[in-house]
Design a protein around this ligand. Sequence first.
Ligand code: SF4
Length: 236
Amino acid sequence: MDRKEKNKLKKYLLLQRDLGFEEFYLPESSRPAGKITVKRLGIDRFSEAESLFQLETTIKRCKRCPLGKTRTKFVFGVGNPDADIVFIGEAPGRDEDLQGIPFVGRAGKLLDKMLAEIGLNRNDVYIANILKCRPPENRDPESEEVDECLPYLIKQIKLIKPKVICSLGRVAAQRILQTTMSLGAMRGRWFDYHGIKFMVTYHPAAILRTNSYMAGALQDLRRLAKTVNSMENGSK
Ligand code: SF4
């Protein structure tokens, strides 16, 4: 097994483990000689973190992808560590990169207003992105960057154990659900993400560009709030 194949296998195993799978099937041709151990594959131990604080402390100097070298600040996530609702965006922008907090620019202020419409504020929910570091010039995340970073988000979700996840925009939803469906096809539906209800709405930045999306986004959030309210207490 050469280095490239080993890296590919490492990413696959890391993602599977963070998705909760404990046993893996590997075809004969993909099996390295000898015993496979986490240490041997170079997989770090962030998945053993028992709290968000511990996880953040473990990964905040991450340089698993090139964005680790160009970021100003690492943007872990913010909000209630025991939230019923987790909102997930795409990646930090300029303001977020400077402050180290997700959704603090114009889009973030709009998100705050949208939350207020359903009687919530950012201390009631948890907000994160699929990437923890800003892509230069706010370009779209590269697949390799998401592959490296997504396990961190999955671990955050496992620690928070929300009742509902709401993707802000198409990109985060496609990467988390591993689908190529359009935003239009995903909106208005509930998906199941490892037992957690998952829905998609417009990214606030898209609403800033196209005001007419606001009505639909608020409709989505009201549906989300209604669903969370109707779910039985004590299931966490
Ligand atoms: S984007 Fe994620 S994987 Fe890449 S350096 Fe930042 S924290 Fe690490």
